[in-house]
Design a binder for this molecule. Structure first.
Ligand code: DLZ
Length: 160
């Protein structure tokens, strides 16, 4: 599972389906905006690069990562071909980190079981701010790029 030796922005563009006919919602948590904004930008730019029309990309803001579940469910009801949820949870002094991480992961998993519209998990769960910076455009690349690629692959799969 470790990303230490992985660059999240590196992928084979030839293996990514065209997004020409897809509409994608990106749900963004406002908590740790210093991290979620570059993740959003990485996802958005990658979708555009793979021919998703700007008019077919919708951004939905929610307060924190815990609300990503409701935001994604809302987006699914609007008929997008894929939904990306973007959040950054950083370990603090209390157990809140564990509850938010567990809650959002299970919630997004449930949405993927219940609906045919794929929800892509772009939530960083880091021990400290530096680890989050490293994965949102830093030395380990940008998880938003990885999420956009996953969204296009899963949108295509959902049509097969
Ligand atoms: C409350 C809280 C805390 C302590 N930490 C984070 C965090 O690191 N990342 C994040 O996205 N959200 C955090 N939140 C907010 C919760 O996700 C949620 O928005 C509130 O508990 C309200 O439901």
């Amino acid at each position: 599972m470790a990303t230490a030796n992985t660059n999240l922005s590196v992928y084979d563009a030839d293996e990514v389906p065209s997004g020409k006919n897809f509409a994608v919602a990106i749900v963004v948590a406002e908590w740790n905006a210093q991290i979620t904004e570059p993740l959003f930008q990485g996802a958005y730019d990658t979708l555009i690069q793979h021919e998703v029309s700007a008019s077919k990309i919708a951004r939905i803001n929610v307060p924190g990562s815990f609300e990503l579940i409701y935001g994604a469910k809302h987006a699914q009801s609007k008929g997008f071909d894929a939904v990306i949820v973007i959040g950054s949870v950083i370990q603090g002094e209390t157990k809140h980190f564990d509850f938010v991480c567990e809650g959002v992961a299970q919630g997004i998993k449930d949405l993927n079981i219940q609906s045919t519209i794929p929800v892509i998990f772009c939530v960083l769960t880091d021990n400290n701010l530096q680890q989050a910076i490293d994965r949102s455009g830093g030395k380990h690349g940008n998880k938003g790029v990885e999420a956009a690629v996953a969204a296009l692959k899963m949108a295509q799969l959902s049509k097969q």
